[in-house]
Write a protein that binds this ligand. Structure first.
Ligand code: AHG
Ligand code: MN
Ligand code: MN
Length: 338
């Protein structure tokens, strides 16, 4: 059987009609994310050369300080989305407030808002380890033609129309869902095209990898401690393997392919955990559920949480369904031993 090399561009066009409000706008939006991802990818790939290139005068011709990559990625996504006149508002982990496209601007006619974590796992940049970008897309709730308000961004995750991530790893990939399963596309850097390499991605129901920053162990709630001890116990297919990269995108991606759970629980320092509900947990939870997995704050479904603040944090347990259920069981048991 001939193998068809479907490109992301072809895939977007072919699947456009699956989307219930199909007007081509969402497709164009995903297309511009694809473009911004290429620009960021190019910059991420030369991160290790920054000092050398800078010294040679190839960059920073005005003698400016080299921009930090998270600032660069933030600007690249915001510029691409606004220049292409595709969204009516953007909220970013890197910005204090959301960006509303002003009255009179044709962007006001658009239906979608985008929320992004432009560079996830940024502390890994200096050591040549994978980083990512996370994005989340909603339909605005305020009327088209008016400036967006906070209400358009503070929607529960179950209202997402699409979400995804880009992983700048050994290969660069876009993985996303518009609510009809999860598909992964790998960039061929020689020609700058993404190909469908991982159709219909599924979390294995059972897994044997747990990913958590165990340095925080003593500060974890008792339920998390109990679950970690369960993972380490010699019984059946246990002990599980511990793997923690420290960039959510990369840890999630590995766990979705191999089967595993990612946890960022509350700690003494961060009582609501560290991860952001709107830019990190909701999009990953949407993808997890679309791939047959599960995402929880330890007690509740992430996607049902009504956000109250743009930069709200939430404890996060996400991955293979049976593992997340077991973690929830330990949380419940420790909270209410009856
Ligand atoms: P960001 O780089 O966007 O700030 O996100 C980093 C997040 C997440 O990607 C990662 O899993 C977690 O922070 C790591 O935190 P610890 O270093 O506390 O383990
Ligand atoms: Mn992040
Ligand atoms: Mn970030």
């Amino acid at each position: 059987m001939a193998i068809r090399n479907q490109t992301l561009g072809e895939f977007i066009i072919e699947n456009q009609s699956e989307f219930k409000y199909s007007s081509g706008e969402l497709s164009r939006l995903i297309n511009s994310i694809r473009l911004a991802a290429k620009v960021v990818n190019h910059e991420v790939n030369k991160a290790g050369l920054v000092d050398i290139l800078g010294a040679a005068g190839d960059m920073n011709v005005q003698g400016e300080d080299q921009q930090k990559l998270d600032v660069f990625a933030n600007e690249a996504f915001i510029k691409t989305l606004t220049n292409r006149e595709i969204v009516c508002g953007i909220a970013s982990e890197e910005e204090d407030d959301f960006i509303a496209i002003k009255d009179g601007n044709p962007n006001n006619q658009h239906k979608y808002v985008v929320l992004i974590d432009p560079l996830d796992g940024s502390s890994n940049i200096d050591v040549n380890v994978s980083v990512g970008t996370i994005f989340s897309i909603y339909r605005r709730v305020t009327p088209v033609g008016t400036p967006v308000t906070q209400e358009d961004f503070l929607q529960a995750g179950n209202k997402q129309v699409a979400a995804g991530y880009i992983i700048y790893g050994t290969s660069t990939m876009i993985v996303y869902s518009t609510g009809h399963g999860v598909n992964g596309f790998t960039l061929n850097p020689a020609i700058g095209t993404y190909y469908l390499s991982h159709p219909n991605m599924q979390f294995p129901k059972e897994g044997n990898i747990y990913s958590v920053n165990e340095g925080n162990y003593v500060h974890f709630p008792q339920g998390v401690k109990d679950y970690i001890k369960y993972c380490q116990m010699e019984e059946g297919d246990r002990p599980y393997t511990s793997r923690y990269i420290g960039s959510l995108v990369s840890d999630f991606h590995r766990n979705m392919i191999k089967g595993g759970i990612y946890m960022y629980p509350s700690t003494a320092k961060n009582p609501d955990g560290k991860l952001r509900l709107l830019y990190e947990c909701n999009p990953m939870a949407f993808l997890a559920e679309q791939a047959g997995g599960k995402a929880s704050d330890g007690f509740r479904r992430i996607l049902d949480i009504e956000p109250t603040e743009l930069h709200q944090r939430v404890p996060f347990f996400c991955g293979s369904t049976s593992m997340v259920e077991k973690a929830e069981y330990c949380m419940k048991k420790a909270a209410d031993p009856q």
